[in-house]
Design a protein around this ligand. Sequence first.
Ligand code: FCB
Length: 441
Amino acid sequence: MPSATFHFPKGFLWGTATSSHQVEGGNTNNNWYKWEQEGHTAHKSGNGSDWWGGRWKEDFDRAAETGQNAHRLSVEWSRIQPAPDRWDEAALERYRSMLRGLRDRGITPMVTLHHFTDPLWLGELGGWETQAVVPLFEKYARKVVEALKEYCTLWCTINEPNVYALEGYLRGNFPPGKSDLKLGLVVQSNMARAHAAAYRLLHELQPEARVGYALHFRPQESFRSWFPLDRLMRNIKFAGINLAFPSAISTGIMRSPVGRIQVPEVKGTQDFLGLNYYSVDTVAFDLRNPQELFSRSFFPEGIDLADAGMNSNTPEGFFSAIKWAVRTYPSLPIIITENGIEDSTDRIRPRYLAEHVHAMWRAVNFNWPVKGYFHWSLVDNFEWERGWTQRFGLWALDIETQKRTRRSSADLYAAICKENGLSSAMVEKYCPEVFEKLFPG
Ligand code: FCB
């Protein structure tokens, strides 16, 4: 049996990612709380993973003990600015102690300013649908950066603007549950303007800041490559899902299959690309599915699929996502801001993790500038409209007792973080079923 280790460059960031509403609990002043009360979600977020109650301490201990040297978390706008004319200094102080808690444990923080949730008052003012949001976000960002810059230099302005728009303005899973793709594009353009304003502000307040946003990148494959209509649908979906924000940052014009919007101030506003990668979609033309533009997205039969069927284990797609990023932005640093799989029994996660780390190592070996990897997630947390039905944590969570149970993937990830690499011994121990694939010969 071959014995080898795939090493990563010195200083590589290994961490996990979380978001405020998913882990904190008790967020009652945002649009997701309202959405949950209205019955749009499988469960309610409740106490989350009880970070606001103080359990961030024990979870950061877990991260540190398992060799993680970075953590991505988000701060909750609705806590920090509970009303347009009111700031909650105690909430900011709490975030300061969390970031200090990370620093004390030798963990580099990345702070996300917006991860899907909006203060209720913002919704009343039109949310992200009008440009009025831009100065409001800028004001909020200024307050956060002034309070937290002592502890953080790595910033993610907005998480997955494309998912926010597609789920909230097409599929109806996220608030405001509208069905208006053109408005969804307007929303993304306002997010891009707010991102650009925060980018400039951050550099003004903290010259050493490194600022990006997190793009949900989803490769699309045509079901029958010989069939032009499958290819057409694939191309429309690829552009519609992935390219609005990147086009705005590259050219100052946001482009999508439903239109284009001039956002000149957005051009060039990123110091790194944050890439969230989960799975690949297969796309076929389908006359019976007019609501999806006569197309259908699915996972092909026989694919390595997680229990709830939302995530497939397709590491080739991860490699191609990184390749796309490098081609789009040559020499711009890339940080994998999310990657993971829902798997309550940890049946598939060890091989998902090993195969994705391997794909990333291949990318690094082309000298592509991947600088870090944040696994989603540290501990099970509230999965939006899917409630608690999906378990992404390295640690399992019992939401009644808040007891954490370490999954074996946590051990594998600890070994990867501590080694700064993936070894044949790790694969043999945690996921021998992919040994031949990763270490042929
Ligand atoms: C991403 C979200 C994150 C989490 C994972 C599973 O799209 O950014 O909050 O829900 O999916």
